[in-house]
Design a protein around this ligand. Sequence first.
Ligand code: AMP
Ligand code: MG
Length: 369
Amino acid sequence: MKTEVIIIDPNNIENEKDKLSYAAAIIKNGGLVAFPTETVYGLGANAMDREAVKNIFKAKGRPSDNPLIVHISSKYSIDNLVTGVPSWAQKLVDNFWPGPLTLIFKKTPSVPDEITAGLETLAIRMPAHPVALSLIDESGLPIVAPSANKSGKPSPTTAAHVFEDLAGKIDLIIDGGPTRVGIESTVLDITSYPPVVLRPGGITLEQLRDVLGEVRQYIEDYAEDGKNPGYAKGKDKNNCAGNCGEIPRSPGLKYKHYSPAAKIITVEGELEKVINKINELVVRYEEKQVRVGVLATNQTKDLYKASTVISMGDRNHPDTIASNLFNCFREFDNFNMQVVLAESIDKTGIGLAVMNRLIKASGYNIIRV
Ligand code: AMP
Ligand code: MG
């Protein structure tokens, strides 16, 4: 299959109607179209077409037990898909849609099982991106759209990343420039109260608590072997008190999301100690002729002795780090590094989602200093 690439300017969407209806026609005919959202690029297909949904799993090499998020362009278009919106959760819809917040609802029987991997629940979000919203509108369909990467690679934040991973496997890539947020949406389970964040993302825990008051956070085990994050077995951490073990897990959590060729080691602690530890390790690895790189920040990048140092962004603006992180991962892959030593950042605001992705990429390989 030849993968076509077209450019659509998100700032001039009114003049891009022809291209949008071309892309929407591919979706309506059961094809696969990658498109930009504010988080990362998504790989879209008609959610109501079982074959098209199966083809998404095939193109990505995604395990079939990892359910997909349905993308919509108007809050009324969920009526046929879910059994209802709890009254307290309506505030979330009103405050954060369109935006990087995925909500888990109880689904109706009309939702194909291929989307939900057999679960009784369905993940839905309304993306805040003119290209994504216009494409969904133009197709008149709910669109399933997992991140448009090959399973196991970092989520794509540019059309070039999508092309790298999926050229020859999908019909069309819409290039709408780099994505703004850079990491995936927050996944919030609203099937019970208080709701539980299953995956930290573009909408922060603090933002959710401002609107709702109580919001719990699902705690993944930092498994020593890096294989099985598992889920909170009654651990009483960060509001996840008592009955955490009963919280339904999000199937995607069990997958190691990004396993780079290089071994990534995250160093956590007071910044000065982190820098010293990383420099000490750089010397040790270089003595052993191991190609070692450092994932730093703007404030620290000149303090390292390694020959390859890449900055994730500005420590004082963690949103810049979120938007660069996945591109940094891909750059290290291109450099053929064997070991990457990564600084940690504060787990507040979007920093929580950044650290979640970093720790997953390091296979739970963390040094605390
Ligand atoms: P992606 O689209 O690649 O960003 O991944 C979607 C994420 O949402 C995965 O971690 C899924 O496990 C999660 N997800 C999708 N549907 C559900 C659901 N019904 N319940 C819990 N988690 C879900
Ligand atoms: Mg993904």
